[in-house]
Ligand binder design. Structure first.
Ligand SMILES: Nc1ncnc2c1ncn2[C@@H]1O[C@H](COP(=O)(O)OP(=O)(O)OP(=O)(O)O)[C@@H](O)[C@H]1O
Ligand SMILES: [Mg+2]
Length: 383
């Protein structure tokens, strides 16, 4: 094999040389220009600033990086490049007596290092091609790891829901009967008590309110676990949307919220348990109502692509803080505890969407507020 590069690599690379020493630059250009298949593609610059600009403008495979540039020195240079361009392979070109710096560079994410004066065209090309291959593998491994982590997270979530669901329904059944007894008791006292003084009436009223609230929570809890017997039929999502809107209309007018309905009248049917899906939509609407200011706006939008039917509930409220984003689907997580929030809304929505083979996504809008999106598979002839 010829000293330089009669060895064949997969395909020529697109390489950026970042080097401020003219002699070293010429040397690198010379070595890379004699590659077979008429040269790898090359660009060069002599500053980190220039490098970052070129990297954002072109699709390089690899960077040959000097660590003694006029505008930044040492391994910080690699960190900067890696952070902004994580897919690009970095090969560091260190001075003759700087091997240690080269080794340090590997720890900071460089794929390889070259020592000036100790490489030739062939070893340079080999290093670059291997660096690119390794970087690609590394990226794939990282991606796979990310997916694994996500799958693990989902699994934990499912298990958590099962456990909580089990406990919750147990407690709910147990508490329901004593609650019913209290409720009858209140009704009885209301009917039979001859003492109608103001404070007695108030106490009874307040007891009844509390029992009703406890009952609502119990119903939510039972919903949470009792999703096994759905009655799914081919239905129009639009009908459910309009019905749900009508049911929360009172709360909407009370806060003087503007509702923008963008309904796709050609929406294909979906296979749903209508009552359950209306429960989901109502929960999303109530969240938006709760988190917009008086006079705010809610947009309700249905649309479709080839495989899915979508419903977006978009508000211009205060949005979701980054620090709690991960927890909003957790049962009993609420930022409205003081104002009557139980924190079961979204977790019930997620359960219901799961059993429908659909999805729920809740995200902040770029400007303000939140978009909650339901995604349903479209009904095919087979389903
Ligand atoms: N549209 C929204 N805007 C801002 N924050 C939201 C929105 N929807 C949900 N959240 C956040 O997610 C949390 C959980 O929502 P979830 O519906 O599960 O519970 P909740 O509304 O607080 O109580 P519940 O629905 O049980 O009455 C909320 O407390 C809030 O912090
Ligand atoms: Mg809610």
């Amino acid at each position: 094999m010829d000293e330089n590069n009669s060895v064949k690599f997969d395909k020529p690379l697109y390489i950026l040389i970042v080097e401020d020493n003219q002699v070293d630059l010429r040397l690198l250009q010379g070595m890379l220009a004699v590659s077979e298949n008429s040269t790898e593609r090359l660009k060069w610059t002599n500053t980190v600033k220039g490098a970052l600009e070129l990297l954002s403008a072109h699709d390089f495979d690899a960077v040959v990086l000097d660590l003694n540039l006029p505008d930044l020195r040492g391994t910080e240079t690699i960190r900067r490049v890696n952070e902004l361009f994580p897919d690009i392979a970095v090969v560091v070109n260190t001075g003759e007596y700087e091997e240690e710096l080269g080794i340090e560079a590997l720890e900071y994410g460089a794929q390889d290092f070259l020592v000036k004066g100790r490489y030739n065209g062939y070893t340079l090309l080999k290093s670059l091609h291997y660096a690119v291959k390794r970087k690609r593998l590394e990226t794939q491994v990282l991606e796979a790891y990310g997916q694994l982590k996500e799958a693990q997270g989902q699994l934990i979530q499912v298990e958590k829901m099962k456990v909580i669901g089990g406990i919750a329904s147990g407690v709910a059944h147990e508490v329901r009967n004593p609650l019913a007894a209290i409720k009858y008791g209140i009704q009885y006292l209301n009917e039979k008590s001859t003492d109608r003084s103001e404070d007695i009436v108030k106490v009874l009223e307040s007891m009844e309110d509390s029992v009703n609230r406890a009952n609502d929570i119990i119903t939510d809890l039972l919903d949470f676990s009792g999703l096994s017997n759905l009655e799914q039929q081919s239905e129009s999502l639009n009908v459910s949307v309009l019905k749900s809107l009508a049911l929360v209309n009172h709360a909407i007018s009370k806060k003087e919220i503007a509702v923008d309905k963008q309904i796709d009248i050609n929406l294909p049917n979906v296979k749903i348990d209508r009552n359950r899906i209306e429960q989901v939509i109502i929960n999303l609407l109530l969240n938006s109502i709760n988190f917009v200011e008086n006079g705010g706006k809610i947009t309700v939008k249905t649309y479709t692509d080839d495989n899915h039917v979508y419903l977006d509930v978009i508000d211009n409220g205060k949005g979701i803080d980054d620090s709690i984003k991960k927890r909003i689907f957790d049962p009993f997580f609420t930022t409205r505890r003081a104002n009557g929030g139980v924190g079961l809304g979204l977790s019930i929505c997620k359960n219901i969407m799961d059993v429908h083979g659909g999805k729920i996504e809740v995200q902040n809008n770029p400007d303000a507020g939140v978009t909650a999106r339901l995604v349903f598979p479209v009904l095919t002839a087979a389903s």
